[in-house]
Write a protein that binds this ligand. Structure first.
Ligand code: MLC
Ligand code: AMP
Length: 506
């Protein structure tokens, strides 16, 4: 027996003094030192009686220690559950309770809010601060760096990543060791990562993109991460001359382009720019090439599936498309009514099958059955078509979802809260174009007869339970919502009506 994910990504670097992490201030952490921290953390997990298969939830700032916590979980066979640092205590409470996490690791500043959450769920609470300090690291400091790696198989769970659902309830996507490993191996080879690579890492590490795609591929290749606590144009520009590759959401690219210091010369040392998690406008693709001479490589993925398709490394990277299925991944376009496969060129729902596709939603067999067919195809909820050259175009979504700056926001979750407000008869939440975030959230309210709505007070209350990035940037009151003959709210009409709210005046 062995632990495929740990052995392949981490274990082989034991004792190696090659650089793994390079921080903004130039300090570095070797593979060996990183693994020692992770080993101590794994010993602490065992000491806290966190058993293989148990869940550990972490709402912590991005730091080398936060990454070591992920590594420790892999080594100890524990399921890692990373959480967006923007989530409120209400939101965290759901994840801890739903996952049955045995331990919650949080920022020291959140202890007051989260101690009650942990207690109510019977979970332990430890802290980890932005500089990696806190109770968890302190307790681990005296423990041995050696840890007997727990045996796991490809089919064992490595992580739970929660994705929101159209009903407003988040679902824990169960990802196995095999899901993560197979995808990293494929991407490393497709994107030609080697030990010579230095990847600009400005993505958060609580999502697939920053945690698995960026980190796992670099680990597998033996390269280094230029590790930034968060995206910031100044840091990106100061590190880019030392980098060979970058991965980002479209907002990273539009923000870089908006800065005149970002020049062709700045990008000279780079061999690859990858974009994903949200649609990259063809216009951004074109502008980027004009400015730097590089064509951004756009790929398509999901929490449940890791990466599915990619534009080619060699060959034409076509703007406005997400390229071809990755080796080992099948993509098909089906009719959303019948589920039958459509002819090439027709628009339908995108389905994917392969070793990258998750095991199902934690304790939600009905939801799993709705989206994961018995034959292994996962219904992504995205709509697309394959062009005559085989490139996949994503043309829309079959799911009510807003993607703002690469974060997914499910309107239903916000509508449920708005509907509970006194004086609100009903509500609809839609995404409208936004120059920085791609899309942003607008809430449309209908007041009960004679009711006066205090929009500031409503915003205030939303702020108590919803992460900031999910809160509507604008609330609007309408006399009624547009409905079709079946009585269904016509969100397309609302999106059209408010599409220019955030667009700069022409
Ligand atoms: C921050 N804010 C956002 C936001 N991020 N609002 C809407 N959408 C977002 N994505 C808000 C904050 O609450 C704050 O509000 C203000 O913007 C500034 O906060 P900040 O922390 O300074 O923001 P900033 O650093 O500028 O963050 C923007 C960003 C970040 C784009 C750099 O959101 C980011 O790193 N996004 C990447 C998301 C990602 O990794 N997605 C991958 C998912 S995996 P206020 O009002 O308080 O000022 C996936 C699968 C796949 O989708 O295919 O990859
Ligand atoms: P998440 O649930 O956060 O993993 O988000 C997955 C969703 O992001 C997908 O279902 C798509 O809707 C969207 N997405 C990811 N990559 C792209 C891309 N390159 N272009 C358009 N949409 C994308």
């Amino acid at each position: 027996m062995a632990n495929p994910l740990y052995d392949t990504l981490f274990g082989r670097y034991a004792g190696k003094t090659t650089v793994f992490l390079q921080m903004v201030d130039g300090t570095t952490i070797t593979h060996a030192a990183f693994l020692e921290t992770a080993g101590r953390f794994a010993n602490l997990l065992a000491h806290l009686e966190i058993a293989p298969g148990d869940r550990v939830a972490a709402q912590v700032a991005k730091s080398p220690q936060a990454l070591a916590l992920y590594t420790a979980c892999v080594q100890a066979g524990v399921v890692f559950l990373p959480l967006n640092t923007a989530y409120t205590a209400d939101e965290v409470s759901y994840f801890v309770e739903n996952s049955g996490a045995r331990l919650l690791v949080c920022d020291p500043a959140s202890v007051n809010d989260l101690q009650g959450v942990a207690d109510a769920c019977g979970a332990g609470l430890q802290t980890m601060s932005a500089d990696g300090g806190g109770s968890f690291a302190s307790a681990a400091a005296g423990l041995p760096a050696d840890f007997a790696t727990v045996d796991r198989s490809d089919d064992d769970l490595a992580a739970f990543l929660y994705t929101s659902g159209t009903t407003g309830r988040s679902k824990g996507a169960m990802l196995t060791q095999g899901n993560l490993l197979s995808n990293s191996e494929t991407l490393m080879s497709e994107w030609q990562f080697t030990a010579q690579d230095a990847l600009l890492h400005a993505l958060p590490i609580f999502h697939t993109h920053g945690l698995f795609v960026a980190t796992n591929i670099t680990l597998l290749a033996g390269g280094r991460l230029l590790f930034m606590p968060k995206f910031n144009v100044d840091d990106m520009l100061s590190l880019m001359p030392h980098a060979t590759a970058m991965m980002g959401v479209p907002t990273f690219y539009t923000r870089l382009l908006a800065d005149e210091r970002f020049t062709r010369q700045m990008a000279q040392h780079m061999r690859l720019f990858v974009s994903g998690s949200a649609p990259l406008l063809a216009e951004t693709h074109i502008q980027f090439e004009k400015r730097t001479g590089h064509r951004i490589l756009e790929r398509y993925g999901m929490t449940e599936t890791n990466m599915n398709t990619s534009n080619p490394y060699d060959g034409e990277r076509r703007a406005g498309t997400v390229g071809f299925p990755l080796p080992g991944v099948e993509v098909r376009i089906t009719d959303s009514g019948t589920g039958n496969e459509l002819a090439q060129g027709e628009i339908g729902q995108i389905e994917v099958r392969g070793p990258n596709v998750f095991k199902g939603y934690w304790q939600m067999p009905e939801k799993t059955a709705e989206e994961l067919r018995e034959n292994g195809f996962f219904i992504t909820g995205d709509l697309g078509r394959v062009d005559e050259d085989g490139y996949l175009h994503i043309v829309g979504r079959n799911k009510d979802l807003i993607i703002s700056g690469g974060y997914n926001i499910y309107p239903k979750e916000i509508e449920l809260l708005l509907d509970q407000e006194d004086g609100v008869l009903e509500s609809a939440v839609v995404g409208v174009p936004h120059p920085d975030f791609g899309e942003t959230v607008v809430g449309i309210l209908v007041a009960e007869d004679g009711a006066e709505l205090d929009l500031d007070a409503i915003k205030d209350r939303l702020g108590r339970s919803l992460a900031r990035f999910k809160q509507p940037q604008k609330l609007v009151v309408l006399p009624e919502l547009p409905r079709n003959t079946m009585g269904k709210v016509q969100k397309n009409i609302l999106r059209e009506e408010f599409k220019d709210l955030f667009q700069p005046a022409a």
